[in-house]
Design a protein around this ligand. Structure first.
Ligand code: IPE
Ligand code: IPE
Ligand code: MG
Length: 243
């Protein structure tokens, strides 16, 4: 059941635990990544049903290049295959795809797949799905600053924010990390400033609607104060804005 109360409009997820899911079953790690794709499909459907506006998922980090070469190439292959397989359904479901990350490090084949998927779904607006691929929060801050510097623009918070690869969506309200680790691993460093964090012990392939609803319920119990006091948030005085 979908919890009542405020719905996070932007949910971001560190989809972690694929490798452990596979290892527990004596399967190769790539089998875990494949199962992780199924979990993502289920999660997208759940977000559509719950009318979440934006879903951002961490699929491959700047640091994941440090994994064994066969796992890295397997992940690249999985992305290309998944795009070919999933885009027609995403198109029908009203999902708009965005890829967020450093394309400079990706092969032509991968880049073409990303471009085609973005173009094909560009008219959709029901759910914005940001797939962070070859992405790192530090990369995003650095590329935004470099862009401003090259244009001779002053580096202000607002200008940086607008130059970032995630500028097309509001900051995430809720960041979920599966797999039991309590860290961000270079995900949305700038945008996470006021996100509520939810850590799940479930491995990503086991993440389901019930766990998503648990995260949303927990989100609904949080008081977002943005630096104010609790009293200010509960009954804002004249000229004050409730967060
Ligand atoms: C997350 O699962 C997916 C990627 C980083 C690509 P992992 O592959 O990190 O799974 P664990 O953490 O080793 O279980
Ligand atoms: C974070 O998971 C990256 C993705 C889920 C794509 P990792 O498994 O790479 O993170 P660490 O290495 O445990 O910090
Ligand atoms: Mg991991």
């Amino acid at each position: 059941m979908t919890p009542s109360g405020g719905l996070p409009q932007h949910i971001a997820i560190v989809m972690d635990g694929n490798g452990r899911w596979a290892t527990k079953r004596f399967l190769p790690r790539l089998a875990g990544h494949r199962q992780g794709m199924e979990s993502l499909r289920r999660c997208i459907r759940a977000c559509l049903e719950r009318q979440v506006g934006v879903l951002t998922v961490f699929a491959f980090s700047s640091e994941n290049w440090n994994r064994p070469a066969d796992e890295v190439s397997g992940l690249m292959e999985l992305l290309v295959t998944a795009l070919a397989k999933e885009v027609p359904q995403l198109l029908k479901d009203g999902v708009r795809l965005h890829f967020v990350g450093d394309r400079a490090g990706l092969s032509d084949k991968v880049c073409t797949g990303l471009d085609q998927a973005e173009l094909a779904t560009a008219a959709n607006s029901k759910l914005i799905l940001n797939v962070c691929f070859n992405y790192g929060g530090r990369w995003d801050i650095a590329q935004a600053a470099a862009r401003l510097a090259a244009q001779g623009q002053p580096i202000t918070e607002m200008a940086l924010h607008q130059a970032m690869a995630m500028a097309h969506v509001p900051d995430p309200d809720l960041i979920i990390r599966t797999g039991g680790e309590l860290r961000l691993s270079n995900f949305l460093l700038w945008q996470a400033a006021y996100a509520e964090l939810f850590f799940s012990d479930k491995l990503w392939p086991d993440f389901d609607e019930a766990e998503l609803d648990r995260a949303i319920s927990e989100f609904n119990r949080r008081e977002r104060r943005y630096g104010q006091t609790s009293d200010q948030v509960v009954s804002p005085g004249p000229g004050q804005k409730a967060a």
